[in-house]
Design a protein around this ligand. Sequence first.
Ligand code: GDP
Ligand code: MG
Length: 446
Amino acid sequence: SLSTRLARVVKTMKGEARLTESNTADMLREIRMALLEADVALPVVREFIAKVKERALGQDVVGSLSPGQALVGVVHRELANVIGADLGKEASQINLATQPPAIILMAGLQGAGKTTTVAKLAKHLIDTRKKKVLTVSGDVYRPAAIEQLKTVTGQAGAEWFPSTPDQKPVDIARAALDYARNHYFDVLIVDTAGRLAIDDAMMKEIAELHAAIKPIETLFVVDAMQGQDAVNVAKAFSDALPLTGVVLTKTDGDSRGGAALSVRHITGKPIKFIGVSEKIGGLEAFDADGFANRILGMGDIVALVQEATKAIDVAEAQKLAEKLKKGNRFDLEDFKAQIGQMKNMGGMQGILDKLPAQFQQAASQVNQDEAAKKVRRMEGIINSMTPGERAKPELIKATRKRRIAAGAGVTVQEVNRLLNEFDQIAGMMKKMQGGGLGKMMRAMGG
Ligand code: GDP
Ligand code: MG
């Protein structure tokens, strides 16, 4: 799967500072395979990989990330953009900015989830936008489909306009539109027939329907489980109709969601909603970032990358962990590096935020300015020490303390306090040298 492939990839090739042609080649190959396995269509994969490569090459690898992890970060960003993150939140809104009733036309293959989505959408517009919604079925080939719409429309709390199999879809829609106008409906949602496969007659019928009623939204409904075929279906509908958006249904199934990438690529239209269950409430606004995580299947690594990019010097923490692992002692030089890190992380708060909940309250009582001032004074004190003193703090007796205090412009008591704090932390480090070190380093470094 995508996640296992990428997990393997990110573990490799630690310690390189940049993404290069050679250290990304293997990883890009894995990502290519993984996307194909996630049912993204080949041409889409090709274009996507080319884009990722262009973005990635020459990019610095932040902190302790491996090039693999950094590349996953690039892939995630690119993926999120391709599926619509760069369109912003408004992209998932239904456009109702027209003389009422705003008409929404549903298009898609049979079984894609059109009728179900009509009801879900009706409920959504009633609940969140306080609209008066009418539905009508133009699926004249299956009497059961008209009844189905009647049932689910009732569940949504919307009104259903009757139609019969002997009518023409265009006539049905016109009649419903008249009724909607006369009864002051805000929205008319028009359900349509779908075939099991694309056929010209069906495309012609829906194109005529579109021309007759001029909907403000023409939504292409596509099954996320459809996989590779989604591309051909999307192409056919996109060629036949001026689509305005996509609804990706059945994302609660075990598909990895590659269809999102394909459909966005082919139609160029925003994915507005996803279907997340059969139930009437099972419709959610499309969240490109979240969906990119799902396609990648690696939320943790993505979060790690995002975290590491936030100016936290995990590298320092790891260097220290390495040193201690080798049995070396924690000295004042290390202490100073740690203090410096606190500054990088936006003060103590940055570290305290990462502590377990029971410490959070204490954290909130820390005065950030005071903490920053303290950090600077502590650095000043250590700066006034000789390298020998920093390596062996036990050398620092009364005379040296007075010299250091004078150099740093602080009192001897302050020097003592710093040495006490150092002793405490050094003691902790020693205890941890056995185990649990990595855990603590992570807590400290992010
Ligand atoms: P249509 O032929 O395009 O109108 O498709 P339907 O709306 O009749 O849906 C076909 C089947 O898919 C039905 O059994 C629906 O309950 C089911 N379905 C539709 N959307 C979803 C979804 O988001 N999740 C799940 N699990 N099932 C869905
Ligand atoms: Mg239907």
